[in-house]
Design a protein around this ligand. Structure first.
Ligand code: GDP
Ligand code: IMO
Ligand code: MG
Length: 422
């Protein structure tokens, strides 16, 4: 198959990094398309744990070309550090990583603005990752942003940064600590890095497809954090679903052959915003502990909830999901019964669509079914050896998603996976 998109179907941290790592064993090119260093994708290979923020998770697989595409907002400091760490770990990126000249650059001033915005929200703050994502995308859409390719035009760069600060002053943001000079110096500092990596990635990808290469689009965040379709305003600032992957890679949407939706066996959320199926104590703390539910980017504890099929159905419908990868089923081992949210009840009426307003979502009561648990999944490497109750749980996910469960992940390692289906 030509292009496979991998999309998180919940609130992020579903295990996309692990799934991309597995799928990249049979691919040629892998692409990050949206988001930025707010992402933290974990891959565990031979007991070594890697957390990737900007470089595609496929970098750990030999011979794959990795691309940071048009729609990503690039933190050059993080990228520089990540490349250095990968090199030290024995995974040099030279000749294997290309960054789009169209991608926007997160500037130091964006991080300052984010801090000010979060502070100004008071109790209504979003608990963002502090990576400058929102302000960078805001400037991009206001047509004020600085793109990777701009760094290659030093004669014009000063004018662009000055123009940005002029606009800030016009908005009454004159009191920023960050200066034109400091932001310009930051960009100039990274000129060497950009010169080494920048390219026309969209054109490269289209060419790869014409050569019958297999391409993986690695989604970041989760669909419920999508700026249009998620739990607004408690979302990130990009389109995290398949739409964002098409535009952010520079490929025509119709070129995407396969959409693999990644579903954690329960849900987690880091940062503010509604989580209708939040688990009760002490189960909540037990699952957080057992699942290691602490942010891969910020280390913040993640809130944990029961599997939410209302979310799953909504996310599958909007992403045209063609198959599912279920992760972290092992974390639920030993728990019985396991609750699953079948639908939402709003003031006595069962909702047949996902509410657009957060205020409404907060009033929804999950309608739960109870599933029998299983003891352990340890040592199981064949589908036929799965406990009946675990298999039934996975089948329920496939049924709600109206898609085949293709992969079942039972541990963090590359080898902890069962390939189901035909
Ligand atoms: P991503 O952002 O979607 O790539 O997910 P994260 O890397 O932020 O979070 C997923 C966490 O779960 C990481 O620590 C993974 O190593 C881990 N993980 C992934 N799949 C499994 C699994 O099937 N079982 C267990 N126990 N851990 C898993
Ligand atoms: P991966 O790719 C989980 C959350 C933040 C915050 C909201 C907005 O690892 O799944 P932002 O910094 O993007 O403006 O923050 O989105 N968030 C994530 N939560 N996983 C992620 O990425 C996330 N990226 C952003 O916690 O609530
Ligand atoms: Mg993550």
């Amino acid at each position: 198959m030509g292009v496979t998109a991998v999309v998180g179907l919940q609130w992020g941290d579903e295990g996309k990094g692990k799934v991309v790592d597995i799928l990249s064993q049979r691919a040629d090119v892998a692409v990050r398309c949206q988001g930025g260093a707010n992402a933290g994708h974990t891959v565990v290979v031979k007991g070594r744990r890697f957390i990737l923020h900007l470089v595609p998770s496929a970098i750990l697989t030999d011979g794959i070309l990795c691309v940071i595409g048009d729609g990503v907002v690039v933190d050059l400091d993080v990228l520089d550090r990540e490349i250095e760490e990968l090199g030290r770990a024995g995974f040099p990126v030279d000749g294997r990583l290309v960054v789009s000249t169209r991608a926007h650059v997160v500037l130091p001033v964006h991080k300052e603005l984010e801090l000010l915005q979060e502070r100004s929200r008071g109790d209504a703050r979003l608990d963002t990752t502090g990576r400058g994502i929102g302000p960078c995308y805001s400037d991009k859409h206001a047509r004020l942003g600085i793109r990777v390719g701009d760094i290659l035009e030093p004669a014009a760069l000063g004018g662009r940064v000055t123009g940005l600060f002029r606009a800030y002053a016009a908005f009454g943001r004159g009191g920023l600590k960050s200066s034109i000079e400091a932001n310009l110096a930051y960009l100039e500092l990274h000129t060497g890095l950009v010169k080494r990596l920048a390219g026309d990635t969209g054109s490269l990808l289209r060419q790869s497809l014409s050569q019958e290469k297999k391409v993986i689009l690695e989604g970041s965040q989760g669909f419920m954090l999508d700026v249009d379709h998620g739990t607004y305003p408690f979302v990130t600032s990009s389109n995290t679903g398949v739409h964002g992957l098409a535009t952010g890679s520079g490929l025509a949407p119709a070129r995407i052959d396969r959409v693999v939706g990644v579903v954690k066996a329960y849900v987690t959320r880091v940062g503010a915003g509604p989580l209708p199926t939040a688990m009760e104590e002490p189960v909540h703390s037990e699952i957080r502990q057992k699942g290691g539910e602490y942010g891969a980017t910020t280390g913040r504890p993640r809130r944990c909830g029961w599997l939410d099929l209302a979310v799953l159905r909504y996310a599958c419908a909007l992403n045209g999901v063609t198959s599912i990868a279920v992760t972290k089923l092992d974390t639920l081992s030993g728990l019985s019964p396991i609750k699953v949210c079948e639908a939402y009840d709003l003031k006595g009426t069962r909702l047949d669509r996902f509410p657009a307003r957060t205020e409404v979502l907060e009033e929804c009561e999950p309608v739960y079914s109870l599933h029998e648990g299983w003891d352990t999944l340890e040592g199981i490497s064949r589908t036929q050896d799965l406990p009946q109750a675990a298999l039934a749980y996975v089948e329920r996910i496939g049924e709600a998603a109206s898609a085949e469960v293709e992969l079942l992940s039972t541990g963090p390692g590359r080898e902890d996976v069962l390939r189901l289906g035909s």
